[in-house]
Design a protein around this ligand. Structure first.
Ligand SMILES: [Cu+2]
Length: 305
């Protein structure tokens, strides 16, 4: 006997019996159809979400950018002061221009047109907001601790979501209209998955390293150079009087959300409700300053040799 014959020959034994129990097979059939119904419901939900989700994401990005941008154009933005103190150049034209850029980006999202053309602006703009963490650590963090985000810090870090959302939206067409995207993508190639895990780890670790680096920079700087911080809150400057040495920098930090300014001899902040303002005092003397919006809101900086 050859081995082929053995393979063809059925092994002797009882034949599998067809299910005789009618009630049991009925139960199996009911369960199968319930599962089928659940699966088709799930499929329908996924199709709906795949169609509606990207559309809502695109429109909401558009609304946020147009709205925030218009406030900056009209100089009515609560974060205008923060932007102005973060950027290293003249802010009188920068904030409105940034507003126009935001409106343009927003309109691209709302209409679903030129999204990829405006994408570099979008990425640059949002990446720029992270400057706050580096330039104004005293505003972005509580107690100089880079893990303790302030309101401003949280406002900045959540831009990670806006950034990723924009990239996702721009990867598609006019979601929800002419080019509905395939909502589902299977987790494929394990190599790719591993690579994206590394990318995520890098995204998390790199800013942490940068932050700790700039944190230590700050501490060496403050040992050479005295800096004073004054809180602008509750319609007063706290502390009302500070003493610094010649060449020292004083930083005013807005807290509480009400609008104030800092106006003294040789220095003047914008009217702002958040963010900070800095001035270096190079001549000895007593400098009185005030908030011109609120009579009686004043303070002194004493600059000693
Ligand atoms: Cu005031």
């Amino acid at each position: 006997m050859s081995s082929t014959n053995v393979n063809i020959h059925r092994p002797s034994g009882p034949e599998p019996e067809p299910a005789k129990d009618g009630a049991r097979s009925q139960g199996i059939r009911t369960r199968a159809s319930a599962r089928q119904r659940l699966e088709s419901l799930d499929r329908a939900a996924r199709e709906l979400l795949g169609r509606v989700g990207p559309l809502l994401l695109r429109l909401s990005l558009g609304i946020v950018f147009v709205w925030f941008g218009l406030l900056k154009v009209l100089s009515a933005s609560a974060v205008g002061g923060l932007v102005a103190t973060t950027v290293p150049f003249e802010s009188s034209w920068f904030v409105p221009v940034l507003g126009v850029v935001e409106v343009v980006i927003g309109l691209a999202f709302v209409t679903g047109r030129f999204m990829r053309a405006t994408l570099p602006l979008f990425v640059l703009h949002l990446a720029g907001t992270f400057l706050v963490l580096i330039v104004l650590p005293e505003v972005a963090f509580e107690n100089d601790n880079p893990l303790m985000l302030s309101i401003v810090g949280e406002f900045v870090v959540k831009n990670l979501v806006l950034l990723s959302a924009g990239l996702v939206v721009a990867s598609g067409g006019r979601a929800g209209s002419d080019h509905p995207r395939q909502p589902e993508r299977r987790a494929g190639d394990p190599k790719k998955v591993a690579r994206s895990r590394w990318a995520i780890a890098a995204v998390l670790v790199v800013p942490a390293v940068l932050l700790s680096a700039c944190d230590s920079d700050d501490s060496t700087a403050s040992s050479n150079r005295n800096t004073s911080t004054i809180a602008v809150r509750d319609y007063e400057f706290e502390p009302g009087t500070v003493s610094v040495g010649v060449g020292d920098t004083v930083t005013w930090v807005w807290e509480g959300g009400a609008q104030h300014n800092v106006v003294g001899d040789g220095f003047e902040s914008d009217d702002q409700s958040s963010g900070s303002f800095r001035h270096a005092f190079d001549e000895p003397g007593t400098y009185q300053y005030a908030c011109t919006l609120h009579p009686g809101m004043q303070g002194d900086v004493i600059v000693e040799e």
